[in-house]
Design a protein around this ligand. Sequence first.
Ligand code: LAC
Length: 226
Amino acid sequence: MDEVLAFDLFGTLVDTASVAAALARALAGASALDAPRLAAAWRAKQLEYTFRLTLMEQYQDFDWVTARALEFALAAESRTLGPDERAELAAGYWHLSTFPDVADGLARLAGTGRELVVLSNGSPAMLAAYADRPEFAGRFTRWISVEDVRAYKPARRPYEYAAHLLGRPIGALRLISSNPFDVIGAKSAGLATAWIDRGTGVFDPIGAPPDMTVAGLTELAAVLGG
Ligand code: LAC
């Protein structure tokens, strides 16, 4: 039986940097703004909050985390926006752009006969919104949210839960992610991995290297015979 490919969503299939345009619009007129840098700071804080909550054995959903991280990122830059504007910006995480290689890569991977699923930090409602996109429709058999176990990746629980839901040994899953923390977490939980290097070229030196490194989903499909 072929392995199941479990895809991360944010940063892997959809581009978290695509919130920069909305940030630039919302803060137009304020003093010089490096919107891509602010988007990156927001994303880094969002992930930090997921890690910290999970270490504290607490859980708040990904919308809450995303909103709090935006609040912090703006305050750290001494930028002020009202609650409605902040809510609108945070809602941008429901509408991130799909990376250009994804539609073609998923079509080819589906052609290999492997089961494809999503395993994401996103809340079930967020994942349902993404599942409706034409490039994703019908490609994934499941959209698995960490919310079911109330612990964020890279805790073991979400990875083990995915294997349990799929009724497969954990080693029969391959996690596909652009996020090194996710790749290392999955590997340490017993999954095979593939790192989508979306341009950073730098992988954290605190765990096993990825089993596979590719530049995008089309290349992943080629390596996996699609
Ligand atoms: C996700 C985050 C880790 O989609 O990018 O799960």
